[in-house]
Design a binder for this molecule. Structure first.
Ligand SMILES: CC(C)(COP(=O)(O)OP(=O)(O)OC[C@H]1O[C@@H](n2cnc3c(N)ncnc32)[C@H](O)[C@@H]1OP(=O)(O)O)[C@@H](O)C(=O)NCCC(=O)NCCSC(=O)C[C@H](O)C(=O)O
Ligand code: MG
Length: 298
């Protein structure tokens, strides 16, 4: 079973927006991406870096995983962002526009040279046509522990920009790329997060896309506004019915009469032993979510 850390809702915010950085301390997001890249204008890059690093160092975000998205290494801010982010010690650093494993190897060299704490992971944005074409090679970078790669984040806005594919409900134009990226992530044991839903005014549309993302196999969805948190948190949680059925399957395989059976019938459906792992995951997820909710209310 892969890492079961909750990442149902992963909220971006511009590092230049002090109000958003503060408000995030109270929002029901599993993870936060404090952005220094595309959500920040050139004029505010330095301010954003200062504010984000001060926020991460200052803490107060509770259970929320903190991720800093830096500017790409070849930009005027890339080197400084990386240095400052390492000093702030977030849970992860998100690299934008990763198009080949070479970028991750070069980041690994930098992290080593800057003596980055082992606790900092590296996440990679998958958002260029070249990344899609190189996707398994990029995912395989995880095998080299030096890269610290643990997570892919889909950047559907940049993908739409560079491919001319339209962002339409149902996402038919992008499904082949999405599924290829998912397969590469799962093959190499990476977490994978869906891209953003841009229409902040359409919460129902966001909910539909969250459910699709869950059905496609994502761990969670990246978000841009607090009103998208509830749809994501709800959609990526197993339903009560799923958990009830999962417990039934686990219990049924534990019965002495089923000890040597590879396949059994439960409530009219066939289950093989491989389904036990999926059933356990649903139960563990629901218990983890219940514990998180109880903690939030306490
Ligand atoms: C889009 C926004 C600029 C809208 O902001 P605003 O006009 O302030 O919205 P509201 O008045 O509705 O906000 C209500 C309150 O919620 C707070 N808020 C809003 N957004 C956030 C947020 N993201 N995080 C935390 N808090 C937020 C407001 O401060 C209000 O609070 P209060 O003062 O108490 O009333 C804004 O939503 C925004 O900036 N969103 C994030 C944009 C962003 O980060 N974009 C970059 C990531 S998307 C991307 O690049 C993906 C990828 O790379 C790709 O290529 O696809
Ligand atoms: Mg992008």
């Amino acid at each position: 079973m892969s890492d079961l850390r909750l990442r149902r809702s992963v909220l971006y915010m511009p590092g230049s927006n002090a109000r958003a950085l503060e408000k995030a301390k109270t929002l029901p997001a599993d993870s936060l991406i404090l952005d220094l890249e595309d959500a920040v204008s050139m004029e505010e890059k330095e301010l954003a870096r200062e504010q984000v690093c001060a926020a991460v160092k200052g803490g107060g975000y509770g259970h929320r995983e903190l991720v800093i998205r830096v500017n790409a290494p070849q930009t005027p801010w890339g080197e400084g962002d990386l240095r400052a982010a390492i000093e702030a010690k977030p849970d992860a650093i998100l690299m934008p526009k990763v198009s080949s494993p070479a970028v991750l190897e070069s980041i690994a060299d930098h992290l080593e040279a800057l003596d980055a704490p082992d606790s900092i992971a590296v996440w990679a944005m998958i958002e260029t046509p070249a990344a899609i074409l190189n996707i398994h090679e990029i995912a395989k970078a995880r095998r080299d522990r030096r890269t610290r790669l643990t997570c892919f984040v889909l950047g559907t806005n940049d993908l739409a920009k560079d491919t001319w594919a339209q962002l339409v409900p149902g996402r038919v134009p992008m499904l082949p790329w999405i599924m290829l990226t998912l397969a590469a992530a799962r093959a190499e044991g990476l977490t994978i997060l869906d891209g953003v839903w841009n229409d902040i005014s359409d919460v129902d549309g966001c909910r539909v896309e969250c459910r699709q993302a869950r059905d496609l196999g994502f761990d969670g969805k990246t978000l841009i506004h607090p009103n998208q948190l509830e749809p994501a948190n709800t959609s990526f949680a197993p339903t009560e019915e799923e958990v009830r059925r999962a417990r039934l399957v686990i219990d049924a395989f534990n019965l002495p009469e089923n000890a040597k059976r590879a396949a059994i019938k439960v409530e009219g459906r066939m289950y093989e032993r491989q389904h036990i792992g999926m059933a356990r995951r649903s139960v563990v997820w629901s218990e983890t979510i219940a514990a998180r909710d109880a903690g939030a209310k306490a």
